[in-house]
Design a protein around this ligand. Structure first.
Ligand SMILES: Cc1cc2nc3c(=O)[nH]c(=O)nc-3n(C[C@H](O)[C@H](O)[C@H](O)COP(=O)(O)OP(=O)(O)OC[C@H]3O[C@@H](n4cnc5c(N)ncnc54)[C@H](O)[C@@H]3O)c2cc1C
Length: 370
């Protein structure tokens, strides 16, 4: 899914002065996993404007990254669906509100927005927060809802001394541009679907592809494994059982890899190494936001799902309270209540009147004809 940039970052009537490059909205949702996506829908239902950011290049969180083809049976009124189908349905559900989603953006910094010097007499200055991302985007918001799951996903890196210097040049944790591998000797390390898929794809244009995995068995779809074995049998690519022992460099470039097999160590000339060992989650910069945390998770008040800081809420796996369950349905409930409280930060002078979606003609129209 492409990175989307908001079509409009123009201040609204509640905005006295906002620099042009700052995106102003009611709520920033950090994390477009299942809980963040449902939160976007809820924000729309409540009449809040929101934007979502995710450090990954697509929505779905754990469902998409870790188990897209696993069935889920415990979503209310959905007797069973694949994890990716659930994400697709959540995307469809929040689509009528057309909230911008910013991918490849990691929430980094958080600051309180200083009060306006010329506030209106008799009106309390609205509480605003400024969130910055690793690419420099800035969001001026009334509330932040953190749906960051287990933290920001990052690739599991090669733990060899030469790896860091080669990263992004000759050592890759994702394939973003297949053309750069054309005519090269490529080693693809890993035993999951991504490793097999890329080894099979790159063999068509690379000088030679070697798939490297620590054992004979794979964590990949049976059809993909069969396709890979057929390609090896046909001499179109190689498969080696072993582990990376060392990376050899020449003039800052990769020259080859040493592979430790069960019997001995073999040296393989290589120009590019693609390591697809899966993703690990890291607490990331949110851990520095001065929030009350317990074992890497954010403590919340279970009446509002507000954290220890005003205007900052947490829902889903990242939220912690006694008896918290890491289940999608728990996250849905937490996000719904968090946004009801967030409404008061966005509209301090308005009361939130509860109306069922079916009794709100405008909303009904929007959701029916989406
Ligand atoms: C194998 C497996 C099977 C499961 N089966 C079920 C099941 O059957 N039923 C069920 O209810 N639950 C199941 N779960 C648990 C369920 O997947 C989680 O509860 C759910 O994904 C939590 O959703 P979330 O949106 O809170 O977080 P996540 O799905 O973890 O999404 C968080 C998102 O936030 C992003 N993010 C994190 N930090 C930042 C940052 N600083 N800036 C920008 N983006 C950030 C991440 O990239 C990620 O996309 C399962 C989990 C696993 C691993």
């Amino acid at each position: 899914m492409p990175t989307q940039t908001p079509a409009c970052a123009t201040p609204d009537s509640r905005t006295p002065t906002v620099p042009a490059d700052v995106i102003r909205t009611d709520v920033l949702i950090v994390g477009a996993g299942p809980v963040g996506l449902f939160a976007a829908f809820q924000a729309g239902v409540l009449g809040l404007k929101c934007e979502l950011i995710d450090v990954l290049d697509r929505a779905g969180g754990q469902c998409t990254e870790l188990y897209p083809e696993k069935p889920i049976y415990d979503i209310p009124a959905v007797p069973g669906c694949l994890a990716q189908d659930l994400v697709d349905r959540l995307l469809e559900q929040c689509a009528p509100f057309a909230f911008p989603m910013h991918f490849n953006e990691r929430a980094n910094g958080l600051a309180e927005v200083p009060p306006e010097p010329h506030g209106t007499a008799g009106h309390e200055h609205p509480h605003r927060l400024l969130v910055t991302t690793d690419t420099g985007k800035r969001f001026d918001v009334a509330a932040v809802l953190i749906c960051a799951g287990a933290g920001a996903f990052a690739p599991q890196r090669v733990a060899l001394p030469e790896a860091a210097a080669l990263e992004d040049h000759h050592l890759h944790y994702a394939v973003r541009d297949t053309a750069r591998f054309a005519g090269k000797r490529v080693v693809v390390a890993g035993g999951g679907d991504s490793a097999l898929d890329w080894a099979l794809a790159l063999r068509k244009t690379a000088a030679r592809v070697t798939l490297l995995h620590r054992r004979e068995g794979f964590r990949a779809a049976d059809g993909t494994v069969a396709e890979m074995r057929a390609a090896v049998a046909a001499g179109e690519m190689d498969f080696v059982v072993g582990m990376l022992g060392a990376l050899k460099t020449e003039g800052g470039s990769l020259a080859g890899v040493d592979i430790r097999t069960r019997e001995d160590t073999i040296s393989l000339p290589a120009d590019e190494l693609v390591a697809l060992y899966g993703l690990v989650s890291e607490p990331g910069p949110i851990a520095q936001w001065d929030l009350d945390m317990r074992a890497g998770r954010i403590m919340v008040d279970t009446t509002t799902y507000e954290t220890s800081r005003r205007g900052i809420f947490a829902a889903g796996d990242i939220a912690f309270y006694p008896n918290k369950q890491k289940l999608i349905l728990s996250g849905f409930h937490e996000a719904a209540l968090a946004l009801r409280r967030a409404y008061h930060y966005a509209f301090p002078e308005k009361a939130l009147v509860h109306v069922h979606t079916s009794n709100n003609a405008t909303l009904k129209e929007k959701l029916t004809h989406a």
